[in-house]
Each structure stands twice: as C-alpha cells, then as structure tokens.
Design a protein around this ligand. Structure first.
Ligand SMILES: Nc1ncnc2c1ncn2[C@@H]1O[C@H](COP(=O)(O)OP(=O)(O)OP(=O)(O)O)[C@@H](O)[C@H]1O
Length: 770
C-alpha cells in the first residue's frame, strides 16, 4: 500500500468513526427533544391550572401576577431550550453529511507532539465531551487553516498569540458522509480543491466558500477592529462571498451580543437578494436583514411619494442625449456630493434662526393655529435647541391648543348631528360611564344631558385624534416647501450652471408627489434633521455590497441612519455604473482615519482567458490576476446585418445548451434592449426576461440588462450587441466590463457595424475574432 493509499484509508476510517459519534449524539439529542417537546406541550396545556388566580384583594392580585410571570418564564425557558436543542440536531445533521473539509497538524511552541485539528462547519466534541473532533471554521485556531501553508504558523486568542509549526495541511471532499478525495496542500490553500469547486456549473443560488476561503478574504471575514472596513475588489474576487462569510463569523464571534436581526446587508437588486439568501442557512446561521438601498429609502418616505428607482435613472441616462441629459447629469453629480451635504448643513444652521416654512393647523376647514403663530412660537424657543427638539416642543404646544379648542367645539351643532348618528354601543357605553358617577341628585332630564355631553366629547375627540397624531409627527412643518427654499437660499460656485432649471424640475416633481432618485437622499436627510431622528440604533453591522454605486452623500446618510453600526463596504470601482459615480468622490477610496482598506485582485469567477480579456477593457487593471482555470478564448463575431446576427446568436445558444451549460445569459445594455432581444429570442426558444422586479432567476436562458446582472454569474454569457453605439461612450466602459465579467466559462460577443472602442483597443490575442 502506498503512503497516499494509507492516508486515504486512515482518513476514511476517521470519517466513519466521527460519523458514529455524530449518530450517537444525534440519537441522544433527539431523545431529549422529544422529552422537552412533551414538557412544552404539557406546560402550554396546563398553563392556567398551575397558576394561582385570585383577584379579591390587592395582595392576591400581586400574587396572581407573580405566579403568572413565573409560569410564563418557565414556559419561555423550556421553549428556548427546545429551540436550542432543535438547532443542535440540525447542526448534527449537517455534520453527518459533511463533517469537515480541512485538517491541519500543529505543534505549539514547547509542545512535544502535533495536534490534529479538523476544521468543519461546526464544532463537535467526542462522546466524553473532552476533546474536539471538529473545530468550527470560525474558531480562532481554525484561522491557521486559511492563513498559513505548512511551516511557521500562529493564531490569535484572547490571551495572546499562539505560535508554532504547521506540519500538515490537508483538504477533503466528503459528500453524503463519504470521503471522495483528499489533497495535501502547499503554498496556497487548496488550488486543487478550488479548481474542483470553480470548475462546476454556475448556480442560481450563491454557494458558501467556507472550505476554500483565501487568505486575503479571511482578513475581511475576521476583521473586528475597523469602524469602516473597505474592500476594493476586482470582478469575481469573492467580495460578496466574503461578506456573507463575515456575517456568519460575526454571528459566531459575538453570539452573546448580536443576532441576525442586528445585521443588515444592502444589496443591489431584489434578484441578488434571493441569489445570496441560501448561504447563511447553509452555514447553520439565520439570514441577516436584507434590503436594497432603494427599498430602505422608499420605506423612509412611507409611500407618500413615488420615487424614481436607481434603474430608471440609469435607463434614462443610457437612453437620453443632448443638453437635457448633460444638465441632469450635472444635477445628479452635485446632489451626490459632500459639497451639497455641506450646503444643506449650512442652511439647516441658518434655519435655526429663521426660514422654516410652516402649515396652518386646521380642523373641518377652520384654521385653529395659523402658520404665523406656529412660526412665532417655534422661533421663540431657544435657538440653542436642535430644530427637531423645537418641533417637539411646538407640537406639544399645538396639541394643548387643540384640546382646549376641542372642549369649546363640543357645543357646536355639527357635533349634535354626529351624536344622532352614533352607534347604539356608544350610547350604551356612555350610559355605563354615567352609572359609575355619583347620581344621587340627578333626574332623568339631567341624566340625558350628561349622557349627551359625554357623547359630544367623544365625537370631537375621535375627529381630533388623527389631527393630533399628525401634529405629533410634526406635520405642521412644511418640509417640502422648506426644502425648496433651502435649495435656492444661496448660489454657490460649485453648483451646476443650470441650478435654477434643476430647481424648477425638483419643484414640479415635489408638487406632483414624485422624486427623482438623486433628490431622495438629500430630501430624507434634510427632513430627518428638521423633524427628528429616525435612525435605527439596533443595527450593529451594515454591509454594503456594490458599494461603488453609492455616492459620498448616500454613505454619509447611511452612517447617520445606522449610528451604532460598523460599516463594511464592498465594491469595485471598475463596475461603477451609476451616473454620480463618475465624479471624484468615491466611497471605496476609504481615506478616513477610522477606515481599514483591503484590495482583492485575484478573480475566481471566470476562466483565465475571460479575465485576461476583460481586464483589457479597463484602463488601469494591470493588477487583476486570474485564478488558474483554463477555458476557451472569448469570441467576437461581426455579423452582416441584423438578420445574420440573430441567426448566429440563436445558433450559439443552442450549442451552449447542448454542451450542458445550465445558466446562460443574453446580456443587453438597457432594459429596453433586453425586452427587444427577448421578443425575437422567445419566438425560437424558451427564455426568461429579467426585469427590475424579478425576484428570483431560474436555470436556463435569461435575457437581462447589464445593470441587473450585477453581482450574479452565469456559465455562459452572450453580449449580442458590442457595437460602438451600445458601448461607445466612456461612461459605458464599466457597464461593458460588468456584463463581460458575469461569465464563468464562456463569453461570446456579437456586433453589426462599428465595434465598441473598448474592444477595439483590447489586445486581439485575448479573444477569437470571427
Ligand atoms: N475562496 C473561494 N473559494 C471558492 N469560490 C470562490 C472563492 N472566492 C470566490 N469564489 C467564487 O467566485 C465567484 C465570484 O465570487 P463573488 O460573487 O463573491 O465575487 P464578487 O467580488 O462579489 O464579484 P462581482 O464584483 O463581480 O459581483 C463565485 O462563484 C464564488 O463562489
């Protein structure tokens, strides 16, 4: 038997023995679960029997309350334990299928023997609960598996650094409890395993990379110190993967302090949400909160305004031309900048002295408190108080006035009319209220009068309630008008030349309750400063994927919206596709004192040939390195007219399908173009059209605009139009790069007429031209 065969045999024996332990533990735990389940059901059933209920005297009531509390606590505790054990069983099931994926042998300095450390999805002790059979991949000791190759190695613990020597590093492929292969690895972690993993087909759901996390990705996952962790990484370098593993790491590391509810992932589109939704459950963790930035902002506006989506804005920019487009672009860029935020902050400071616009508070078309009165009261309050505090105090003052006025109003005729229309139940209730009063000297007439008074009071109270609620939400401040006033309060040199026209557009939009995307963040920022803090203090970590598409202003807003959160920003400046991203300010530059910046240059998604070609599309991309996985060169086919192009594209799709590729995408520049392409493709074969609202993508053929393909990947990608009309402008370079880098194994491009200058400029040895 060779050395290798012996290793395989020994490891097979260990897998079998660990599985036996798992099985025994599972049986024991399942027994516990059954017992607990019965206890919980029993407790729920007999809840009231075990509670002493006596409400006769005050003391008895207290005793009853205490007894109730005790019983509820007992039930809660049992339910929690039940849940915990249930989770343990689920973990054991996962371990049963795949107990571990790595092993390192480590001799700590001063020790006389190697310790064998097996790394898997969760920790497992032996039956005596003495030794670890498996270490959780997130345990401090497991970090060596990712950070070192055999030789000197170390890891951090709370007590300090542990140093020693790694004598072996081994990786396993275990499927359904069966050891299929093992690799002893050298310099980097598991090239062979990574080759094996990356060679597979793309999936409609993102996979966990836990067995093959790379050293630089591990730094992202385990970073605990940076307030802002910034990751600039090439397309396919594992940013999203690392972000999700990071969430799992944080949930493990801070398990006593945070849960999935305290973490938010901001993602580029709903499709992406579903694409990544399986990773954490696969790792045995709950999913963090997930939202698109658009959905977050829409929720902030509580559906009161219709807002343009970032994709609509993008579509406009891609399709529009001429002066109107240039004007809007200038507006978008200025409104995305920290200059504009500073301008708003300055104006808010001035509004502390004067300038906010108020609304009359009226009831039944009658003005109760005029806007002038409100303004005088508001500005009579100390200007050392923030605007929002003064709004609070003014609200209390208005409510008092409303209540006083309400008492007078009860005498009005309309109230009597309303009383007559009241429900029978109201009369019964008013009568019973009267009964509670001392009525020794009342006659029938008096009683009727008193009853009517109660009912009149109720009529007014009920009608006033919604108004008071609005006042308490500071609706007496005219935020929109104040915002518009703020926009024109001063003319600054950095403002676009067409500022007045831009202002008119914003005004027209606000009047019809519509907001362009570039106005949303500044407006909400301004509103929150005026009306009061609406921040979410429960969130401890915010991860922003595709962060290059956030403006400096949007990022500043998010820091304020989640004041207790550490931020992780992951993005690729070469994939910046939002119009505001063309300006200098870039959230990924991360040059603040509390930022830690990591760069990822190795691309894992695509074959070496695709990466070599796609980096040619960029200006400064020398550092991007492909992972060593070979495939065919990308192809470029120039067709003689539209009919031929369509025929060639359809032929290619068929041949890709025959090769067994499961996910194939035809990527178009805009949503309009993808609709058109879908129309002619679907006449010949089944194809899904992906739109902004698509929340899940299926295997098979998808037709998709480039900006919605962000973050996801396909086995094969077809760009059916790479002419200079589609990708001719400098601002379209990143879109072309984004589209091409979605391909894992094959990339095919087609054009009619002049070719995109970006492809024209690429080294022709990096693709095949037909
Ligand atoms: N360490 C790794 N082990 C295995 N697969 C990996 C690893 N890192 C990345 N990958 C794979 O590479 C592909 C790209 O990863 P991911 O989507 O996380 O990259 P990204 O940087 O977010 O890309 P993009 O910016 O293009 O959206 C995925 O299929 C992912 O599973």
């Amino acid at each position: 038997m060779t050395e290798d065969e012996k290793d395989l045999k020994d490891e097979q024996a260990r897998v079998a023995s660990v599985q036996e332990t798992i099985e025994k533990k599972r049986e024991k735990t399942a027994g516990l679960i059954q017992g607990l389940r019965e206890k919980v059901i029993d407790l729920r059933k007999n809840f009231w029997e075990d509670v002493t209920v006596n409400l006769d005297e005050a003391d008895d009531v207290n005793e009853t309350q205490a007894s109730l509390k005790q019983q509820a606590e007992l039930l809660g505790e049992r339910e929690r334990t039940h849940q915990q054990i249930h989770n343990e069983v689920k973990t054991l099931d996962r371990l049963q299928r795949n107990p571990y994926f790595g092993r390192i042998d480590f001799r700590e300095e001063g020790a006389d023997h190697d310790e064998e450390i097996y790394v898997g999805l969760a920790s497992l002790m032996d039956e005596k609960e003495e030794d670890f059979l498996i270490y959780d991949w997130r345990a401090p000791i497991s970090s060596m598996y990712y950070d070192f190759s055999p030789g000197g190695a170390s890891y951090e613990t709370i007590e300090g650094k542990i140093q020693g020597d790694m004598t072996l590093k081994r990786q396993f492929i275990i499927r359904n409890g069966k050891l299929e292969a093992l690799f002893d690895t050298g310099v980097t972690i598991g090239d062979s395993l990574l080759q094996y993993v990356l060679g597979g087909n793309a999936s409609t759901e993102m996979k966990s990379i836990v067995a093959t996390i790379q050293k630089e990705q591990n730094q992202i996952i385990r970073n605990e110190s940076a307030a802002n962790l910034i990751v600039q990484g090439a397309a396919g370098s594992g940013k999203t993967s690392a972000a999700l593993q990071r969430v799992a790491y944080l949930l493990y590391h801070y398990r006593d302090r945070i849960t999935a509810e305290n973490i938010v992932l901001l993602s580029p589109n709903p499709l992406f949400n579903s694409y990544v939704s399986n990773v954490l459950p696969e790792l045995g963790e709950d999913n963090m909160k997930q939202a698109t930035f658009y959905a977050h902002m829409d929720a902030q506006l509580e559906g009161r305004e219709t807002i343009e989506t970032p994709f609509e804005q993008m579509e406009y920019m891609l399709l529009a031309s001429g002066e109107e487009k240039e004007q809007r672009l200038a507006g978008i860029q200025y409104k995305a900048s920290l200059d504009f935020k500073r301008y708003i902050d300055d104006k808010l400071e001035e509004f502390k002295q004067a300038g906010l616009i108020f609304k009359d508070v009226s009831f039944r078309k009658q003005r109760i408190v005029s806007k002038q009165e409100i303004q005088s009261h508001f500005y009579s309050l100390s200007n050392s108080l923030p605007l929002s505090n003064r709004a609070e105090l003014t609200a209390a003052w208005i409510v008092e006035k409303l209540q006083l006025w309400g008492e007078w109003e009860t005498r009005k005729d309309w109230v009597r009319e309303e009383v007559e229309l009241m429900e029978k139940e109201d009369y019964v209730q008013a009568f019973s209220e009267l009964q509670k009063k001392d009525r020794t000297d009342t006659d029938d007439f008096e009683e009727n009068k008193q009853e009517e008074e109660i009912l009149r009071k109720w009529v007014v109270e009920r009608k006033l309630r919604p108004l008071i609620k609005k006042v308490r939400k500071h609706a007496f401040i005219n935020v929109k008008k104040s915002y518009l006033r703020m926009l024109t309060a001063e003319r600054r040199p950095e403002m676009p030349a067409s500022w007045t026209d831009l202002y008119e557009t914003t005004k027209k939009n606000l009047i019809r309750k519509y907001m362009n995307w570039e106005d949303v963040t500044p407006f909400v920022y301004f509103r929150d400063k005026v009306l009061g803090d609406r921040s979410d203090k429960t969130i401890r970590y915010v991860l922003i994927d595709e962060a290059q598409d956030y403006s400096a202003f949007q990022f500043a807003y998010l820091q304020q919206a989640f004041p207790n959160a550490r931020m992780t920003l992951l993005g690729d400046i070469n994939q910046a596709i939002q119009a505001h991203a063309l300006t200098g300010e870039n959230v990924l530059s991360g040059n603040t004192a509390d930022s830690h910046r990591i760069e990822l240059w190795r691309s894992y998604r695509s074959t070496r040939q695709i990466v070599d070609f796609t980096k040619e599309l960029l200006d400064h991309a020398k550092q991007i390195q492909p992972f060593n996985r070979d495939g065919e060169l990308p192809t470029l086919t120039k067709a003689n007219g539209e009919t031929e192009r369509r025929r060639l594209v359809l032929e290619k799709i068929r041949s890709l399908q025959e090769s067994g590729y499961e996910t194939i995408a035809v990527i178009a520049k805009t949503s309009k173009e993808s609709k058109e392409a879908h129309n002619w493709i679907k006449e010949e074969m089944e194809a899904d059209l992906i739109t902004e609202t698509t929340s899940q993508y299926k295997k098979g053929l998808s037709v998709i605009p480039a900006y919605l393909a962000k973050g996801i990947e396909f086995d094969a990608v077809i760009l059916y139009d790479v002419s200079d009309e589609a990708y001719g402008h400098e601002s379209e370079r990143t879109l072309l790069y984004t589209a091409c880098t979605r391909a894992m194994h094959e990339l095919h491009m087609y054009s009619v007429g002049n070719l995109s200058p970006f492809i024209e400029a690429a080294d022709s040895a990096t693709y095949t031209s037909k």
